[in-house]
Ligand binder design. Structure first.
Ligand code: HEM
Length: 128
């Protein structure tokens, strides 16, 4: 018997398909044009000061973290590292609303629960 795949390409469950979340069981949003993963990587490597600290590292207290809980000034903590996710909002595959759930707080559990962590955070924000 010939091994002819019965499914079309990409496969129905493939992440390459744009399908309503109810159908796929996932909650990814449609990103605006120019906001793909490749665009984010290009932007992150462009040399722009994305952290707002010009590459400086600082100790962040809980009080300080809490102050950065707005769309235009949003920090979150993942596994003990604090990230300025403000520039990432429009690039987040789960959408701005989801990312804002971790604004100003420790977002590790949320991050782990929703499969964001399938890829290392270093891929998105570089080594810290
Ligand atoms: C810096 C922090 C974060 C990064 C770098 C990040 C990154 C990502 C990435 C790469 C995906 C796509 C995963 C895939 O294609 O398999 C994703 C999806 C998603 N993220 Fe995040 N994420 C972050 C924080 C959060 C937080 C705090 C939430 C809050 C609940 C969240 C909610 C979601 C949701 C709902 C999805 C869609 C999951 C699905 O496909 O159903 N993310 N995120």
């Amino acid at each position: 018997m010939l091994n002819i795949p019965s499914q079309s390409f990409p496969a129905p469950s493939s992440q390459q398909r744009v399908s309503p979340s109810a159908q796929s069981g996932r909650n990814k949003v449609s990103l605006k044009p120019g906001h793909s993963l490749m665009d984010w990587i290009r932007f992150a490597k462009s040399g722009k000061d994305l952290t707002g600290l010009r590459g400086r590292l600082m100790e962040v207290t809980q009080d300080e973290l809490q102050k950065h809980n707005k769309r235009e000034d949003c920090w979150t903590c993942i596994r003990g590292m604090v990230y300025n996710v403000t520039p990432y909002m429009d690039y987040h595959p789960g959408g701005e609303e989801e990312l804002m759930k971790a604004a100003g707080i420790d977002g590790t559990d949320l991050f782990d629960q929703v499969l964001c962590s399938t890829v290392s955070i270093h891929v998105y924000f570089g080594k810290h």
